[in-house]
Design a protein around this ligand. Structure first.
Ligand code: GTP
Ligand code: MG
Length: 440
């Protein structure tokens, strides 16, 4: 409910029409300081007032969590505040010199990776927050930690633009040696995942103290790179594929008094306007668009990158759900029978064989999908046809069949609906790119 509630409350009150817009997701291991840094960034950019922060500090102190004052602003759910972890996504808006950002604060806890994936699937860029604290960096980067998993998921979900915030530098006495250690280890991993390292900025910071968020601190004289805000302004606006057919994966569906059913999601390709005849796949439900809203303003058209809510004539809440993909009736999203994909196995505890049926995350949908055929695999540069199983590190050509109706597309045509993550036993075991689809 977060997005719509915030829109209604007017958290988005700001004139930002002249600046280009980017969706920014904050990712990283649990407790590495994402909400605190996000809250502090909003504060220095004027999106949260001094008075609000004082109020949050008082509330947080009441339950002995004074250090959570900035995180408090974002972690609105009662359970989140009491446990001190982020569960759901929080959306806020702030502006830098060059852009206005919708900032998505994702949860780090492994139980909530699903929510993190949804947030990341809507992002143009990310800040990966890594704690430099003793033992904290090591826990995040360990096999069961979320630091590398989040970075890899971001890349798989199409987020190529990344800032690495080496956070909690106050706990490392602002030492360059610790920064370099974290940076070198992370750079090695990010390179492996396919990031263009020339474009990844590493910024030492303290989200709690405010070092290096908007001003160069005197605590780290050895650092001569950008602040977090400067680094944000080096991002680029991704191309907007307005000429392609409309594809809008739904993130959620709300019922709003006086308006009716309001599906919410991000436009990936194409353009949506009021009066358009749209279809929700895979259900095939058709409707006519009445109005489109972004950040509580009615807009005449939605283009790629826009996070919107829209209302439709004759649409009931039960007709649509998260994971559905909206397109125009004339060019509907593809419902697949099966697809061929290149799959990269990252972290499976044993081996993957034909018949294995894990949940795949594609767009905003989550569908149990069966490995129907393993055509070939490459292990350490060596190719095998029709192998019996796949292990960590293998890249394979496979055919997969979903256990229920779902939308998927060829990666080359619709990148965001043509890649997926495979999750099982609470972790990401593999990622894939769809080469070809057979439609139903
Ligand atoms: P999840 O959303 O649950 O994954 O956590 P998070 O990454 O949002 O972390 P959060 O901001 O809630 O902070 C976790 C703890 O680290 C809190 O106790 C914070 O006060 C503390 N913390 C955050 N940033 C800093 C920092 O820069 N320095 C120090 N010393 N502590 C910090
Ligand atoms: Mg948090």
């Amino acid at each position: 409910m977060m997005l719509v509630l915030l829109i209604k409350k007017g958290v988005y009150e700001m004139s930002s029409k002249d600046k280009p817009h980017l969706n920014l997701v904050i990712i990283g291991h649990v407790d590495h300081g994402k909400s605190t840094m996000t809250g502090h960034l909003l504060y220095v950019c004027g999106s949260i007032s001094e008075r609000d922060i004082q109020k949050f500090e008082k509330e947080a102190e009441l339950i002995g969590r004074g250090s959570f004052k900035f995180a408090w602003a974002l972690d609105k759910l009662k359970e989140e505040r009491e446990r001190g972890v982020t569960i759901d996504l929080a959306f806020y808006k702030f502006q830098t010199k060059k852009y206005y950002f919708t900032i998505i604060d994702a949860p780090g806890h492994r139980d909530f990776v699903k929510n993190m994936i949804t947030g990341t699937s809507q992002a143009d860029a990310a800040i990966l927050v890594i704690s430099a604290g003793t033992g904290e960096f090591e826990a995040g980067i360990s096999a069961t930690g979320q630091t590398r998993e989040h970075a890899l998921l971001a890349k798989t979900l199409g987020v190529d633009q990344l800032i690495v915030a080496v956070n909690k530098m106050d706990l490392a006495n602002y030492k360059q040696e610790r920064f370099d250690e974290v940076k070198d280890e992370m750079a090695r991993n990010l390179k492996l995942f396919g990031f263009d390292m020339k474009k990844v900025a590493f910024v030492p910071a303290s989200g709690m103290k405010g070092d290096n968020l908007n001003e160069k601190p005197d605590t780290m004289a050895w650092y001569d790179g950008p602040t977090i805000l400067d680094a944000l302004d080096t991002f680029e606006v991704p191309p907007k594929p307005v000429d392609k057919p409309l594809r809008l994966p739904l993130q959620d569906v709300y019922t709003i008094t006086g308006i009716g059913t309001v599906p919410v999601g991000r436009v990936e390709t194409g353009v949506m306007k009021p009066k358009d005849d749209v279809i929700f796949q895979p259900t095939g439900k058709k409707a006519n668009v009445m109005s489109i809203e972004m950040h509580h303003e009615t807009i005449p058209e939605a283009i790629p990158g826009d996070n919107i809510g829209f209302s439709c004539k004759g649409l009931a809440k039960k007709d649509v759900r998260r994971g559905d993909v909206v397109g125009h009736v004339a060019k509907p999203p593809t419902i697949i029978k099966d697809f061929t994909a290149t799959v990269q196995v990252i972290r499976h505890p044993s081996a993957i064989a034909v018949g294995y049926t894990p949940v795949i995350h594609c767009g905003t949908a989550q569908v149990a999908t069966r490995f129907a055929e393993i055509k070939s695999k490459i292990t350490k540069g060596e190719k095998t046809d029709k192998p019996d199983f796949l292990k960590n590190g293998d890249t394979a050509e496979v055919v997969m069949i979903p256990t229920r109706d779902m939308v998927a597309e060829k990666y080359t045509e619709f990148p965001s609906l043509g890649r997926f993550a495979i999750r099982d036993m609470g972790q990401t075991v593999a990622v894939g790119i769809i080469k070809n689809v057979t439609s139903q």
